[in-house]
Design a protein around this ligand. Structure first.
Ligand SMILES: Cc1cc2nc3c(=O)[nH]c(=O)nc-3n(C[C@H](O)[C@H](O)[C@H](O)COP(=O)(O)OP(=O)(O)OC[C@H]3O[C@@H](n4cnc5c(N)ncnc54)[C@H](O)[C@@H]3O)c2cc1C
Length: 258
């Protein structure tokens, strides 16, 4: 009798952290056969009835070599999936599709001088995984991580970002990373306060980072709210940047956060 191969593994929650009532991180056990390139996303599943499953895409936060898989999740109160995920406890089951998906990876770019990583909200996640690749630290002279949120409490992972700058695997390159937090709905000392496209357009990001943007030297990854991704992409196109494809390497990589 023919059997249908199961396309997912059943994993367990090892750890969870609520950053705010709308933001959480979880770590799941990882099937040893699950492989991914940093920047890719997994499909997480919950079984909600005997035959019913819900699946959602989640960017992987953890390093490719970590024994667990970490995810950074919004909790949308009216959403179908995320409130269920938020109610689970350590030890509970989450399904993980055996395949990792997506092309939002740093290896799609030709080499350049500066790597700009632009995120809103939970789109910080894929960059944390990418920044655990030693090759990324070696390939670029400067790395600028811009994380835009509405309120200061949403600036998650600050200690982890600081630790990245001191990581022994790329210790001599740690100084290359600049972290630029952006908080748009309250004034926070040390944080920028306007939307990413506006700060690209008027030169605020360049001035703050002390770097000049140009198609020759800059490689730019953009991930987050579809509006931010679209506005930023449209602006950068007018400035001479193009989407990087395997057949036509260029400067930009985009991913919508939902
Ligand atoms: C390629 C890809 C990668 C993704 N990676 C992540 C991730 O790493 N973390 C994550 O939390 N979500 C991620 N998402 C979104 C995720 O798949 C779910 O949509 C989200 O977790 C909410 O699920 P839900 O069923 O509760 O609500 P849904 O019905 O799926 O969404 C309801 C509404 O919530 C809003 N929303 C959804 N996701 C977000 C978000 N991340 N931030 C702000 N508002 C949002 C949108 O307005 C959406 O219409 C990703 C989506 C895609 C396509």
């Amino acid at each position: 009798m023919a059997t249908t191969a199961v396309k997912y593994t059943t994993e367990r929650i090892l750890w969870k952290r609520h950053w705010t009532d709308r933001l959480m991180s979880i770590r799941l056990t990882r099937d040893p056969a699950f492989r991914f390139t940093p920047g890719q996303f997994a499909r997480l599943g919950l079984q909600i009835s005997e035959t019913g499953f819900l699946w959602r895409a989640y960017s992987i936060v953890s390093a490719s070599w970590d024994e667990y898989l970490e995810f950074y999740s919004i909790v949308v109160p009216e959403g179908e999936f995320s409130p269920r995920l938020a109610r689970l406890e350590v030890g509970d089951e989450v399904l993980v599709d055996k395949t990792a998906y997506g092309f939002f990876t740093a290896n799609r770019f030709p080499d350049g001088e500066d790597l700009w990583l632009l995120a809103t909200g939970t789109a910080l996640g894929p960059y944390l995984s990418i920044l655990h690749e030693a090759a990324v630290w070696q390939r670029f002279r400067h790395i600028v991580l811009v994380h835009s949120v509405r309120e200061a409490a949403e600036l998650s992972y600050q200690n982890e970002i600081a630790a990245l700058q001191r990581h022994p695997l790329w210790a001599e390159h740690g100084h290359k990373l600049q972290y630029l937090p952006v908080v748009t709905r309250e004034a926070v000392p040390g944080a920028l306060s306007r939307r990413i496209p506006a700060m690209l357009q008027d030169g605020t990001l360049e001035r703050t980072a002390g770097l000049t943007l140009s198609p020759e030297r800059s490689r730019i990854m953009i991930c987050g709210s579809p509006q931010m991704v679209e506005d930023t992409h449209r602006l950068l196109k007018t400035m001479g940047y193009a989407l990087s494809r395997l057949s036509a390497p260029a400067q930009l990589a985009l991913e919508n956060g939902w």
